[in-house]
Design a protein around this ligand. Sequence first.
Ligand code: ADP
Ligand code: ZN
Ligand code: ZN
Length: 732
Amino acid sequence: MRELGKIDGETVSVALAVPLRSVYDYYTGNYGRLARGTIISVPLGRRFVNGIVLGPGSDSVPRHKLRPIQTVAQLEPLAPGFMDFLEKMSSWTLTPFGSVVKMALSQSDAVPTPPMLTIYRQVIPQPDIARITKSRGRVFELMQKAGSLSAPEIQKLAGVSASVIKTMTKQGLLEETKIQLAMTAARANLARPGPKLTDEQRHAASVICQSIGNGFAAFLLDGVTGSGKTETYIEAVSWALAAGQQVLILLPEIALSTSWKNRFIARFGVPPIEWHSDVGTATKRRAWLAVQRGEAQVVVGARSALFLPFANLGLIIVDEEHDHGFKQEEQTIYQARDMAVLRASQEACPIILASATPSLESWVNAGMTGEKQRYRRLVLSNRVMAAVLPEISAIDLRAMPPERGRWLAPPLIKALQSRLDAGEQSLLFLNRRGYAPLTLCGVCGHQLACPNCDSWMVCHRLAGRLRCHHCGHETELLDKCPVCGESDSMRACGPGVERLAEEVLHRFPDARFAVLSSDTVASPKASQVFVESVIDGEVDIIIGTQMAAKGHHFPNLTLVGVVDADLGLAGGDLRAAERTFQMLVQVAGRAGRESRPGAAILQTLNPENPVIRALLNGDRDKFLANEVAARQAAGMPPFGRLAAIILSAPDKEKLRVAADLLAQAAPRFAGVDVFGPTAAPLSFLRGRHRARMLVRAEKSVDIQQVIQSWIKDLKVPTSVRLYVDIDPYSFL
Ligand code: ADP
Ligand code: ZN
Ligand code: ZN
């Protein structure tokens, strides 16, 4: 092999950033010895892909048959703790290791790293779409989303040739700039004082701060809404930074947490580095490098920020740890909160899970049910500065129904009026986007359904569209029934936030209202504008979906009206009650956060439901105890283990064959129950039919091992996709 180069090459085993379970051997040639964690580019078929060196090759293929690696990135190898995390994450979630590697290398397209990069930006904000070619249209569309990109990225993502970019630049449609690749982040100012902490806050903060630099420790920061949890963990952030460490903060909905960011800036004088889907590619790449070089001090992000290669991670915070937004349901399926705990243990650093309504899992882990205590619980029992928790009451809709075709019952209308008279703000909460969840024909009864999914088309009247919330399929609103042809026969059924807005306009013609949903407030910028307008008193009534329930601090908001408290309780979802309880506590917690006391009113058809009762009695711990008892009795998580195996295929017959194969191979062990196959609750999604099997096992069973050996040798047709969801949430 000597003739290949001056330095002796070795064989290395490489995990490629492609969704494959296997790893491959390559020959390192001139690059000689490469450490575990080294980022490289290797040939795969006729293209080059990025990968990570795992260790010495397996030598199962003779050396002369191996292909040599292409390049080695000019980057430090990924740290051992991070590598271990990636491997453990893959084996816990049963995700192909390559998919995990792909997330970790998401932004290292520049392998090896050039010191300067030429990027392009769009010059004309609103090009005249009618007058441009298709390929240029694609470039514009891409640039509007991405902000700025390099030429190879534009070529790849817009599917255009280099010459298109060249000509567009020449004609002044695109602008070319050179940027330095690394991000030069300003340092946080640690001399700025925070507010004077309350005794409870100070106690919690000092316990956490003492643990910084002393290995793994997990804390459940359990404090009612507005009790100053954020302020408390910011204190811990300050300590970690003072110790020269990096901090990762995960929020369930980062794109919208404007007020959170403002507080951070007020405290540290600089913004944190953000990591979520709204951040442009070029910015992300620089952030990735800054994180890897240890220059980025604080990263605040969505769940994908867990896969950043921190050089020196000293503290992780998962805010609103109960939030289901942390469960990623697509592609790689994982629960980011749980994986954050795993990451903290691999990095040997503390982690804080903060919530006013802890998840059952964290409650159990905090030793609240007599199981082994894994997390230390720190309690903040009062709101700061004299603010009190809102009074929660219910309206029994059976006794006091709204008018026909309306959704607000008389007592809620009265309460809204009294807030308007007092110059205070109200929030009407309804977790349904659009105008109406269902449109049907009044003559023949035809219901408008999505052609690709087993779901209804949701009417969005403001946008003039019908939309499927599962696959994004859209059509115009129909004025005629597509089946019987009758005109003016289509009727909207049920309310969405837009329809509620109509009712508010009808009831309170002089009130100023605003709809807060992902349709009306779609970007971080729009969110900021929205939040400011509410704080400035430009809005009397907010009509919002779950987006309104999270994190906002509106000082003058004193009434929360929950239009349908029962929504979300139906369905066979294991966590339906828990999730509804959490959401309603959160949304009620928006009321009365400062000097004026707040109230929350729940409209319900079932005031006897344990969830509603617990809310009315303010008895969270009893609610949790009941949930614990029910899960324990059913052997469900966190007392037993649960996993779903989902098969999908465009062809129903092929799916049936594959499902039969899966069922035949099902394991038969003591302590393992297998259910199905049955049609998945969404039996048709994005053009694919879906079947599901559920596995429930005793806690002592290694469910991953059971499933792994079950599906390993299964030969399903190529058009059939199989994926595993460990600890499924949505039962999609
Ligand atoms: P949580 O995260 O528990 O909902 P926050 O940390 O957002 O609570 O605190 C609620 C409000 O009280 C915020 O406006 C915050 O700035 C303020 N606050 C928190 N702690 C203190 C304190 N010790 N002194 C004064 N104001 C505080
Ligand atoms: Zn009809
Ligand atoms: Zn659809």
